[in-house]
Design a protein around this ligand. Structure first.
Ligand SMILES: *Cc1c(COP(=O)(O)O)cnc(C)c1O
Length: 425
């Protein structure tokens, strides 16, 4: 039996209706922006393998550092012990972050980074005997799949079976162009209740919502309102971090900085699972006490795994190299050129772009039609050896930064093909 069939006998895949799913594509090798099958067929990874791969697949520098580390120290309990990769990564990361970020807490992935942030925020108030109950989030947000992360995410088909188990969250709209004043008003009304512990948000770009974008100006205003009302702010940079939006972090576009930040995905260059939550000194201080009950009781078996920290540390070395920024700027320019090329296309409602992320919103038909067309478009791209996974009626490109202009052209040509498919449908 071939690999795909053996898989189909025993494996349950994420976000996949197993009854109707076609056989999974077996990948045995990755290099730069390409993934290869056993038989050597190549696929261009235009979605950075679920938004994680930033320097390309199996980068030799990261591979070498990881190989050295695994021979040296594989893992050690992180309560009562420490190790060089954890300390070095924390130092490197803090030097890149907004300068109000002073402490690093490790976990395993984006969802756990969010769980840690929420627990920090809630216990911050609790520890000061000023308990606050409410959390505010954007209505269309996505912060992960664990229960806390689901609670602060949009109520959708994904969360429907669990809805009665999710804690109460006050949602505000995403302040897209034209809606800014309305959202500022919504937030103002909510924070005046005085019982709000934190506001969690995806800065400037909501990925899962369909690459929805909003301005730094309005986010600054929202953060200011939170500050004025003693509401902690949590930036979920799990997707936007490490250069995706053009700057190092989406929060680098802001003049007001969040209290807590969450990272994962590109943190290790997309090589290993690792989550990080950082916070200000004020938050950290609220957990220092003679009273053991004020301890932050959270941890995972693999907290600060040395191999994962090494991968992240090596990824940051590559990230800090000037060629990384040059590549991001080059991709951004190519995206702009392509947007210009397709701006009058009949199938397109609008195109959006932030840094290396390009999103093309198709003229909306019925949702059911788009559920259908999404599958057709996905299959079409695969047949043409490009991995593109439209979100509903939104086609997006989020390539590794090493993707060349020729490879971008190949992606754009496949998108042009998708657009004519729609136009002829
Ligand atoms: C992907 C994502 C998460 C969840 O991260 P996982 O590692 O998949 O658990 C959280 N927040 C945002 C903004 C994300 O894009």
């Amino acid at each position: 039996m071939n690999l795909a069939s053996r898989d189909q006998q025993i494996i349950w895949h994420p976000y996949t209706q197993m009854q109707t799913a076609s056989l999974p594509l077996p990948i045995v090798r990755g290099k730069k922006s390409w993934l290869y099958t056993e038989t050597g067929e190549a696929y261009l990874d235009a979605v950075s393998s679920w938004w994680v791969t930033i320097h390309g697949h199996s980068h030799p520098y990261i591979a070498e550092k990881v190989a050295e580390q695994i021979k040296q120290l594989d893992h050690v309990i992180f309560a009562g012990f420490t190790h060089p990769p954890a300390v070095e990564l924390a130092e490197k990361l803090l030097s890149l972050l907004p300068n109000n970020q002073k402490r690093v807490f490790y976990s395993d992935n984006g969802s756990t980074a969010v769980e840690v942030a929420l627990k920090m925020a809630i216990q911050f108030w609790e520890n000061q005997d000023k308990p606050k109950r409410l959390i505010i989030a954007f209505r269309d947000s996505y912060h992960g799949d664990t229960f806390g992360a689901m609670s602060v995410s949009s109520r959708s088909t994904f969360t429907q079976p669990f809805v009665q188990y999710l804690f109460q969250v006050d949602f505000i709209d995403v302040p897209i162009k034209g809606k800014e004043a309305q959202v500022i008003e919504q937030l103002t009304t909510l924070v005046q209740q005085g019982d709000v512990a934190a506001f969690i948000f995806e800065p400037l770009l909501l990925g899962t919502a369909g690459m929805v974008m909003y301005s730094p100006e309005v986010l600054n205003q929202l953060l200011k309102i939170c500050q004025q009302h003693e509401v902690l702010t949590i930036a979920d940079e799990v997707m936007t971090g490490f250069g995706r939006t053009g700057k190092n972090f989406a929060c680098d576009y802001l003049t007001i900085q969040p209290d807590i930040m969450c990272f994962s995905k590109g943190l290790t260059g997309g090589v290993m699972a690792l989550g990080v939550t950082t916070c200000t000194n004020a938050i950290y201080q609220a957990f220092l006490s003679d009273n053991p009950a004020k301890t932050f009781f959270h941890g995972h078996s693999f907290t600060a795994n040395p191999i994962a920290c090494t991968a992240a540390s090596a990824s940051l070395d590559l990230f800090k190299d000037p060629s990384c920024l040059e590549n991001r700027q080059r991709i951004s320019q190519e995206h702009e050129g392509f947007r210009e090329e397709i701006k009058d296309h009949a199938a397109i409602k609008e195109s959006r772009q932030l840094g290396t992320v390009l999103a093309i919103e198709l003229n909306a038909g019925q949702t059911s039609y788009f559920n259908n067309i999404r599958q057709i478009l996905y299959s079409y791209a695969l047949e043409n050896h490009v991995i593109l996974r439209p979100l509903g009626n939104i086609i997006y490109v989020m390539p590794p930064y090493c993707t060349t202009n020729e490879e971008l052209r190949q992606i754009y040509d496949v998108i042009l093909g998708m657009l004519s498919l729609i136009a002829n449908n």
